[in-house]
Design a protein around this ligand. Structure first.
Ligand code: ACO
Length: 382
C-alpha cells in the first residue's frame, strides 16, 4: 500500500472543466459564460442570467419571452404539490423544508429518473420555477396563512416576494432581490455544486443531485453563513459596538460569519453590488438603514483588524446578503433557501455538464489506521 499526502479540502485541485463561470481570487474577478459579473449585476435580469448559464448566450427578446413563459407555466403548484407543502412539518429549519420539498417534487415527477438532455433541461425549468412557490407556501403555512398563487405579470424575483408576503414588492425591492439572484446564481466548483456533480456522476437522478446540493449548502461554512452573519449583526445591535464585539468573538476563537473565502483573497466582486442593494433598501425603510450601518461598521473592522488583514480575510458574498434579505422581510431561516433558489441555476448547469461528459467522481483516501494484524475471536476480546 502506498501512502500519498491528501490534499485537505481539495484546495486548488481541478476536477472538472466548465463553460459556466471563472473566478480569479487574486484579482477579485468573476465572469459568467464570458460576461463580467459587474455588467450582469447592473444590467441583466435573473431570467436573462439563467438563460445565459444554461444555453451559453444571452437571450434575444423573443427567446427571453419564451423562457419567461416556460417559467410562468411551471410556477403554479398542482393539488398534489400543495398537499406536499402541507405535509412538510412546520417546525424545523427552512433549509430542511427546502430539502424535503425538492425531494417530494421529485417523487411527484414521473420523469424524475430521466437523464437525457431534454428531460434534464425540463426538470431544471420546473425546479427553478416551482421552488420559490413551494418555499413561500411552506413559510405561509407555518404562519397559519393560505398560499398565494404566482402572479403572471411579475418576474421571477418579484413573484417570490409577492408569494411570501402576499403583496407585490416595491419595484426597487424587486430589483434588489433580482440582483441578489443574479449574483448568487453560479460560482464554480463550490461545495454544493461539487456535491451535485458527485451525485449525478454516480448515476443518481437530478432531484437526488439537487437534494445533495441543498443539504451541502445548508453548511455554516457555505450557504448557511448568511443567516449566521445576520444573527451576528443583530447581536452587535449598534455600529459603535462592532469593534468590541469582534474582539470578544476572536478571543473566544470564533469565526466572523460572512467573512473569508477559499478562493478570494481580495474583496469578492459581488460584494459591491450587494452593498448597493442594501443601500437601496435603506432608502426604502429606516430599519434597513440601521443594518446597513452595522454591516458597514463590521466591514470597517475587518478591513483594519490585524486578524483579518494578516490572513487576507474580507467580507464575502454572504456579508451584505444578510442585511439585504433581512430588509426584504425574509425570515432568518429562509436566507439560505433564498440562496438555493438562485444557485439552482448553477447546480443545473453543472449537472448538465457532468452528464455530457460523465466519469464517476471517485477520489482516494490515505489510510492512516493500524497495519494488518491477526483476527481476534470474539471470546478472546476484552
Ligand atoms: N473569521 C475569523 N477567522 C477566520 C475566518 C473568519 N470568518 N475565516 C477564516 N479564518 C481564519 C482561520 O481561523 C485560519 O486562521 P489560522 O491560520 O490562524 O488557523 C485562517 O483564517 C484560514 O482559515 P481556513 O479555515 O484555512 O480557510 P478556508 O479557506 O478553509 O475557509 C471559509 C474558508 C470556510 C469560507 C472560512 O473563511 C470561514 O469559515 N468563513 C466564515 C463562514 C462563511 O462566511 N462562509 C461563507 C463562504 S462564501 C460561500 O460559501 C457562499
Amino acid at each position: 500500500m502506498t501512502s500519498e499526502a491528501p490534499v485537505r479540502g481539495l484546495d486548488n485541485v481541478v476536477v472538472a472543466s466548465t463553460r459556466l463561470s471563472a473566478i480569479d481570487g487574486t484579482a477579485g474577478r468573476l465572469i459568467y459564460a464570458g460576461y463580467a459579473i459587474h455588467d450582469l449585476a447592473e444590467q441583466a435580469s435573473f431570467e436573462e442570467v439563467a438563460y445565459l448559464l444554461w444555453y451559453g448566450e444571452l437571450p434575444s427578446a423573443e427567446q427571453l419571452g419564451a423562457f419567461r413563459g416556460r417559467l410562468a407555466a411551471e410556477r403554479a403548484l398542482s393539488a398534489a404539490e400543495l398537499a406536499l407543502v402541507r405535509g412538510v412539518p412546520a417546525g424545523g429549519h427552512g433549509m430542511d423544508a427546502m430539502r424535503t420539498l425538492i425531494s417530494g417534487l421529485g417523487q411527484l415527477d414521473s420523469e424524475a429518473d430521466a437523464l437525457d438532455s431534454a428531460a434534464v433541461e425540463q426538470i431544471g425549468v420546473r425546479v427553478l420555477a416551482k421552488a420559490p412557490t413551494l418555499i413561500a407556501a411552506w413559510d405561509r403555512a407555518r404562519r397559519g396563512l393560505e398560499p398565494v398563487a404566482p402572479e403572471q405579470s411579475l418576474g421571477h424575483a418579484a413573484n417570490f416576494l409577492y408569494m411570501l408576503h402576499g403583496e407585490a414588492p416595491a419595484p426597487e425591492a424587486a430589483r434588489a432581490f433580482d440582483t441578489y439572484l443574479v449574483l448568487l446564481a453560479e460560482h464554480g466548483l463550490n461545495a454544493s455544486t461539487f456535491a451535485a456533480r458527485v451525485a449525478i456522476g454516480a448515476g443518481a437522478d437530478v432531484y437526488c443531485a439537487l437534494v445533495a446540493a441543498i443539504g451541502t449548502l445548508k453548511g455554516l461554512l457555505h450557504g448557511g453563513a448568511n443567516q449566521k452573519a445576520m444573527e451576528t449583526f443583530l447581536a452587535i445591535g449598534a455600529p459603535e459596538q462592532a469593534a468590541s464585539y469582534i474582539d470578544a468573538m476572536l478571543a473566544r476563537h470564533e469565526r466572523l460569519m460572512g467573512v473569508g473565502h477559499r478562493i478570494y483573497k481580495v474583496e469578492d466582486p459581488r460584494v459591491r453590488h450587494l452593498r448597493r442593494c442594501v443601500k437601496t433598501m435603506a432608502g426604502l425603510n429606516g430599519d434597513a438603514e440601521r443594518w446597513q450601518a452595522i454591516a458597514d461598521a463590521v466591514g470597517g473592522v475587518v478591513a483594519t483588524h490585524p486578524h483579518f488583514t494578516k490572513r487576507q480575510l474580507n467580507p464575502n458574498v454572504e456579508f451584505y446578503s444578510a442585511p439585504l434579505l433581512y430588509s426584504l422581510g425574509l425570515p432568518l431561516d429562509l436566507f439560505t433557501a433564498a440562496f438555493a433558489l438562485s444557485r439552482t441555476v448553477g447546480w443545473m448547469g453543472h449537472i448538465r455538464e457532468q452528464l455530457a461528459d460523465n466519469r464517476l467522481i471517485r477520489p482516494k483516501s490515505d489510510y492512516v489506521g493500524p497495519s494488518v494484524h491477526p483476527f481476534t475471536q470474539l471470546a478472546e476480546r476484552n
